[in-house]
Write a new protein. Sequence first.
Lengths: 669, 617
Amino acid sequence: MKKTVSLTINGAKIFVDRGTTILEAARQNGIEIPTLCYHPALKPLGHCRVCIVEIEGMEKPVTSCDNPATEGMVVSTESELLEEKRKQLTELALATHPYKDCLTCTRTGTCELQDSAYRYGCALPEQLERDIPAVKTADNPYLSRDEEKCIICGRCVQVCRTGAGRFVYSIVGSGVDTRVAPWRSGREVSMEDAGCIFCGQCIDVCPVAALSEVDREKGGREWELVTYPGICLHCSLGCPTSRHYSNGRLVKTTASASKGEHKWLCRKGKFGLNEDAGEENITGSFTVKDEDGVNQNVELKDALKAASESLKLIKDSHGAGALAVFASGQLSNEESYLLQKLARNVLETDNINFGAEPAWVEAFTAIRAIAGAGINGPGFNQLERAETILIVGSGLEESHPVAEMIINRAGRFGCARVLKTSPPTEDDYFWQHMDLSIFYGRETLLFSAISDYLEAGSVESGLEEIGFTAEDLRTISGLMLKEKSYTIVSPTFFKEAGPGEVDALVKMARATGQVAPGKNNILLLSGYSNATGILATGGTSYFGPGYIRQGDIDDTLQNQVKGILLFGSPPFDPEKVKDAFIVRVSGDRKEPGQEANINITTAGHDQKEGHFTNAAGQTRLNDTAVTNNTGLLNDWQVICELASSFGAKWSYASLDQVREEMASQPVAD
Amino acid sequence: MYERHILICAGTGCISSGADKVQEALIKSLQEHNLQDKVRIIMSGCHGFCEKGPLFIVFPEDVFYCGVQAEDVPELVEEYLIKGNMVERLLYKDPVSEEIVINHDKIMFYSKQQRLALRNCGVIDPENIDEYIIRGGYLGLKNALKMEPSEVVEEIKSSGLRGRGGAGFPTGMKWQFCLSSEGAKKYVVCNADEGDPGAFMDRSLLEGDPHAVLEGMMITGQAINADEGYIYVRSEYPLAIQRLRTAIRQAEEYGMLGENILGFGFNFKVKIKEGAGAFVCGEETALLASIEGRRGVPRHRPPFPAVEGLWNKPTVINNVETLANVPLILRRGAEQFASVGTEGSKGTKVFALTGKVNNTGLVEVPMGITIREVVFDIGGGIRFGKKFKAAQIGGPSGGCIPEEHLDLPIDFDSLTAAGAMMGSGGLVVVDEDTCMVDLARYFLSFTKKESCGQCIPCRIGTNQMYDILEDITEGRGKPEDVALLEELATAVKKGSMCGLGQTAPNPVLTTLRYFRDEYEAHVNEKRCPALVCKPLLQYYIDAEKCIGCQRCIKACPVDAITGEKKQPHEIDQELCTQCSACFDACPKKVSAVVVVSEGLKTEEEVEVCEEGCKCQS
Ligand SMILES: Cc1cc2nc3c(=O)[nH]c(=O)nc-3n(C[C@H](O)[C@H](O)[C@H](O)COP(=O)(O)O)c2cc1C
Ligand code: SF4
Ligand code: SF4
Ligand code: SF4
Ligand code: FES
């Protein structure tokens, strides 16, 4: 069978893959066909009929978004008739759209219906009487719906199913009273009750203002918004985002639609506007505790001086081993590199951890050792086409929601058998293939049983008494052996796991062939956003930059530490370091608390430029979104300042110089 | 040995007019006269003549009693069965000649019909598989099982059978597509949704001859290599569902359904899916979605169900009547089937004949019969001697065919060419008292509500059309509305995604085509020629005829009528709301209230009084 078809569009001969729609064929060749309901990331539904084209030999125009291009087709996308029909269709749509609101509508300027009305110079028809709610509803703090504006394009319904893996919306009612509403078991319910996870993807695809962010109103006209590419730092998936600013204020975040990458966000990425608003009046940015334990405001240089003097004093009297550097997992690769350099070369301590669970580090390095350097865990494109997905641990819907969406999609719409060791949740039964919750918290039993069976053929797992039969074992092992079988390990596993658990996991990975030289089908999800980047740049006590082995893990470490340099808010136990002297560097603009002796505030995430590496090994740049007018230094600059206050001779004029130095570091095999 | 068989129609129509009580009374009466061993009662499926039900036909002499009630039964038993005297008042009287017709097959209603699909309906006991088998049942299946799938498809192709569900797609071709689709699993789906509120041929078939449909499905299964079938039947058809269940059970017991059917190694199982869906659920892709448990709305085609159908597997979906024809073709051969009908449409079609004709009911006629024959011969002409105006054919989305086309031979293509369609097989006859604009409005009020709301032209366009029609019938129509209506109707017809939107404008387009003058009278002269559109009517009292009885005064809800007793009354045109209460109240013998539609005064005609206002006084 021929793989490509040739057709003529507007007189030009065009070759496209079989199965390409006429619309895609045209667009691939730079020919625009107007649309209202089509969205490139979604299955075409054919609701609006605006994308009609004329085809030779057909008595009436046909929709181009959902009809495949066929061999020899002769298509024309522009004609007086088509123009008139598209205008007519837009006018029809306007008959149920409150165009009187256009003046005050947030989507004015980017509304696809408005665009179409403008393009065709539509007359404004009388509004049809309809029986649908005329008021906006926001039954949640994230998303508000204005049903009057909905044009029933069906995109939200579609994206919720295929993007979020949920079934929140239904098209309900009939005739002119048709509407889109959150629906469960035959009745209208709140968004939450309909299973919404507030990922906001439906907002991003809505062509009109029927769906919007709750606080979007009056936040700035769409055409005033300035958009910066960014990376969501809420979890170790590091989804690319577009950040939209109005007058230096972040108004909304949307999923970035860059090609080849997954295009969705979760609630945290979409609505977690943790990025500083940049407008707070900052006082008390630099404090030093006086003898009575009261924070005193000082200048930056005094704070830096106080910090270096105090830490030096500790080093002199207790040795470098009494110093430690801890950072949150949201350091960029560049910051992590500089910070470890500060620790190792200036403070001369290996007591560093910038956010990575020990068990995760162990698993990561063990698998890296088998698969080889640069062989990364599976990306979303691969997971979506999976045959088997084993999920170890729980809580992905909280910690890594986009991963859960992908699994949902693979399970519901793809051909993946999903196995899960955590107790099933309400929505799972749709797609979960096998309930493995008997192994929850004791996954090692499962790992070992699979390894033993695959390596030694032993079905005697001794697990019958907990309800796991030899048949079950055979089934699971069979599924795990598939070419496209993947394991996803959640942070909850790493939080609890010790060396024994990690060994069992790695052994299973090897036995099933999920990990082999040159192959890595395991996605290890740390609870720390840039764990992968930090590990690679030397931000743990085990490895220097390039995974070059340094020390061993010393659990007793925190007990002996007398001086701590703290970056951001890493989790650590203040009880264990009660008497330690703490220098805290943070982009958090809130009034500093009592736990640190010295506080240094930095410019924060908005101004942060740097690379981040996600769990699948993809490294992306987070660009500065707004010009730094806070008068504060960026994190990396503070690290350099600290180094020089210790007397080190660092001379980085820009981050590029840091990057050059990083690139010249050796990398271990 | 039984001496007589009495067929009592147990179709839904006859049951609701009391057939089950007739049965009880008959059993009782037969026992009283100790005849229970001599006379056998058969509760049959629908005979199509529901209007005259309950029907009570005595064989072997074929005496046709109609409108029989339980209290008539003792008389029938004593007078007719025992003494042999005709009970004349219960015999059928021809509405035209007013002559009594004794025999069932001499009645015009039946004699012009050709009952192929309905061959067993009203003849056999549908709950007894033996009766079906005796009349040649399952022979078609046996023949099919001896053939290769492609041979079965060929047979259907050469029979010329076209789908009876509306669009008239060649059935053989559909099967061919599905047979050539790749896939180990395929499905056969029987569309028994019958969403047109006026149609009931599918229900009657399922109630009266369920095995024919099952056999048709199995033959389809053999033809396309499917081993599973679904019957999607509306839940409002409980009797049909019950009869189907019984039929499936009996067929399984007889080895006609299940594994290794008739020993040919062919497996087939049938499931029933009850649907409570809207009209649009009858559309094939919507129906499949509904079976899958999703909201029953159409989706874009291609892919066609024959390639990607139920659960994405190749699926043939056929209508009940289509499937009921299939066993006949396989039993008697394609040639015989093709000998009935026209060039492009073979066989027969069942219509639900209703409206202003004397005989209404279910009629099966050969393709090519003229509308005139259906209306005047089978239907017995227009009631009360009124004048025929149009036949609305094809259900809510059908078109109206006017008098000048009465001799149009009915088949798929001629109907489409005339702007109507075979559709659900609804055939509504309207007479001179019907306003065609109002009729179009009425049908659109149905389709606009039934639009699934997905696509813009259908969801919004039908509503805009409706609003215009409402304006016109309520006297607010503007001259330019007619052209606007036509434009919208064309946009909806050409632009909608599925058949619903594509056909919903038919009533409007055909009335515009054949009865444009009526539209123009409404908008230009504010006149409703058929005297239907209330706001365009005026009520007067003929002073000559009025006897001054004051009944109309009492009846008028807005006190628009004045007059002394025994003096002619008068209606105040300003107050009158055209409710017709006076017309109804005026004694028929007097008939002093007259209705006219003389046209509302237009702007220019309104006299301007001294004050300069336009108070119309
Ligand atoms: C709005 C709409 C309603 C329909 N309703 C029915 C129905 O009630 N019964 C039916 O058999 N076909 C119905 N159809 C036609 C089906 O889509 C389909 O063409 C038919 O079931 C195919 O069977 P056939 O080829 O045997 O006619 C409907 C189509 C449309 C567009
Ligand atoms: S926010 Fe996400 S989960 Fe909620 S309705 Fe929209 S797409 Fe679905
Ligand atoms: S809410 Fe928006 S995305 Fe959803 S159907 Fe309506 S217009 Fe389309
Ligand atoms: S034509 Fe009407 S019924 Fe058909 S898909 Fe469109 S809106 Fe739905
Ligand atoms: S874009 Fe094709 S129908 Fe809307």
